[in-house]
Write a protein that binds this ligand. Sequence first.
Ligand code: FAD
Length: 317
Amino acid sequence: MKVIDHIKEAKGTIVSFEILPPLKGKAIAGLWEHLDPLIEFKPAFINVTYHRSESMFKKKPDGTFDKVEVRKRPGTVGICAAIINRYKVDAVAHLICGGFTKEETENALIDLNFLGVDNVLVLRGDAPRNESSFEPEPGGNRYAIDLLQQVMDMNNGIYLEEDLKNPVKTNFCIGVAGYPEKHFEAPNMQTDLQYLKAKVAAGAEYITTQMFFDNKKYFDFVKACRDAGINVPVVPGLKPITSKKQLTILPRTFHVDIPEDLSNAILKCKQDSEVEAVGAEWLLQQSKELKKAGVPVLHYYTLGKPKIIADVVKKIM
Ligand code: FAD
């Protein structure tokens, strides 16, 4: 079932989770240990992130180095199918432009369609760690909207190879990313919103937000979307802070602010177990307020902390 239909048919706020595929070489059992405790909350869907390869340098016996490309977390397509099979819960495959040609993306979409995955979240992806700005793969998509257009084309039976006989039309529900605190490369919020509006006009049926720790940022963003004529559901993305290190890592990586009350409370903690308690309580209060405001979905980035998410969701169900 499509995410948009889950949202339309829901009587109130629904819950969803995001997970990462296991690292290459790890068993899927670890993922089930992570997800099993969360399934009792009947998530409407589970998102699975997508990861590009990264360049690494491997030392050779003569002391020189070889540059190798390593994709540390392959498996998004297979994990989506395994989730549907194990839990009978819908899966949302993330797809990114970065590191993939249009042909590779088309092949992933064909696999997703065969496996009964109805949902994709289309994203640009970021530059590799050792590069300063994003560059698409030769023959790849530059912006999320280009990838979105490729999925829309397939939904209309248009594939890259033009002379296919009666190509099947896929039927993906497409989501896109939105940034309550602005995408870090956008010159200003209004420009960012215009590009977001273009993604919706091109066929995106809902928006999932970057994590935020101050609900006012989300409420202001939804209002700014509506003022700009963006009228699709805006799904808030939520994450607990679980260590002191995240006070600097999260702003640096995701370009989000941490409210002073929260950072002050975390700085007073003596160990990470105390930070987890503070982060969980903050997430609970955020969730309660968002639910009261009637958000369509509470979407949790579970990132290795399923117990905290489970404790919070238990209290708001
Ligand atoms: P775009 O919508 O392409 O926007 C990128 C930038 O370009 C923005 O500044 C925008 O304002 C600007 N822009 C957009 N269109 C145009 C245009 N036509 N011309 C000029 N400028 C334009 N990353 C992963 O690698 N894997 C994941 O699984 C993943 N999941 C995510 C899930 C969510 C909910 C979110 C919020 C992010 C996720 N990301 C993921 C990170 C994401 O890839 C990065 O934030 C990336 O930098 C931007 O992606 P986007 O889809 O928003 O890009």
